[in-house]
Design a protein around this ligand. Structure first.
Ligand code: SAH
Length: 265
């Protein structure tokens, strides 16, 4: 797929600095090491190396999910890519699944969910803030076009809602997810999975206690995902000095049907 006007391109200079640029015919990108003319990139394939007039080499790549969400405009704090990855697998988000999400925030997690459910699935996201909903829609559309299977409901998941369901998965990234449990019990199908992303231990404690109190959930697991990058150069092969120390904890639980089938004997 060749670059076209309107596409986003990630430009990486020789010092590994990254710039996210939207291509325009006749446009130019100025940075402190030179100028990249957009027309040098338009029409070329992904992975192109551009040489500026000053001899600087700049790599032009289609932004990945990670490139995009770390650079896109944010209203709310986004779920970090390492956590989005963990949520997709622990939450078993599969092609064709219907997912209820809240809140949409900047749309980072929505993009990951939409990619995982694919065109056969659907994502319905609740968000109370109009400005965040608008920003999220803009981000999602600019990364993947307008998804037909995505809807934002401007309402609180803490209030009783008129949602049809059933959903295969519920994914919550908000401060008091336990307040959504009555609604989750209404719309999540038996065998469905509930996932919550929370920044503090007190929140996890309350959530897990309240999930257990319903006696409707099994396989309740909380994990945190620590990604330590490594410095690999010559004979110096060791962890990097700095890492992202804390983002959030992921709690996953599986809903069961509480009407037991008795055996006939
Ligand atoms: N996962 C998002 C970030 C979500 S931030 C991302 O990756 O980009 C939390 C969001 O939840 C905020 O946008 C906030 O407005 C929204 N929110 C808070 N309480 C809510 C509620 N009761 N119902 C729906 N959305 C809510």
């Amino acid at each position: 797929m060749r670059f076209e006007p309107g596409d986003r391109v990630l430009l990486i200079d020789s010092k590994d600095r990254r710039y996210l640029v939207t291509l325009r015919q006749g446009g130019s990108f100025h940075f402190h090491r030179g100028i990249v003319e957009h027309d040098q990139v338009i029409g070329a394939e992904d992975g192109l190396v551009v040489r500026t007039a000053g001899g600087e080499q700049v790599v032009a790549l289609r932004p990945t999910y990670e490139d995009f969400v770390l650079k896109m405009p944010r209203g709310a704090q986004v779920v970090y890519p390492k956590d989005a990855a963990t949520i997709l697998i622990y939450g078993d988000i599969y092609p064709g699944a219907s997912v209820l999400e809240a809140g949409v925030g900047s749309g980072a997690l929505s993009i990951a969910l939409l990619r995982a459910v694919g065109p056969e699935g659907r994502v319905t996201s609740y968000e109370i803030r109009e400005d965040f909903a608008d920003q999220a829609l803009e981000n999602i559309q600019s990364f993947m076009g307008k998804p037909e299977n995505f809807e934002i409901c401007r309402a609180s998941v803490y209030d009783p809602f008129d949602e049809k369901g059933p959903f295969d998965r519920v994914v919550l990234d908000l401060a008091e997810p336990w307040r959504a449990i009555p609604q989750v019990l209404e719309v999540l199908r038996p065998g469905g999975i509930f996932v919550s992303y929370l920044p503090t231990v007190l929140q996890i404690h309350q959530l897990v206690e309240e999930l257990k109190a319903t006696d409707a959930f099994r396989q309740i697991v909380t994990v945190e995902c620590l990604n330590r990058t490594w410095h690999v150069e010559d004979r110096s092969v060791r962890p990097d000095h700095r890492m992202v120390g804390h983002t959030g904890f992921i709690t996953r639980a599986r809903l069961v049907d509480r009407t037991p089938r008795s055996s006939s004997d």
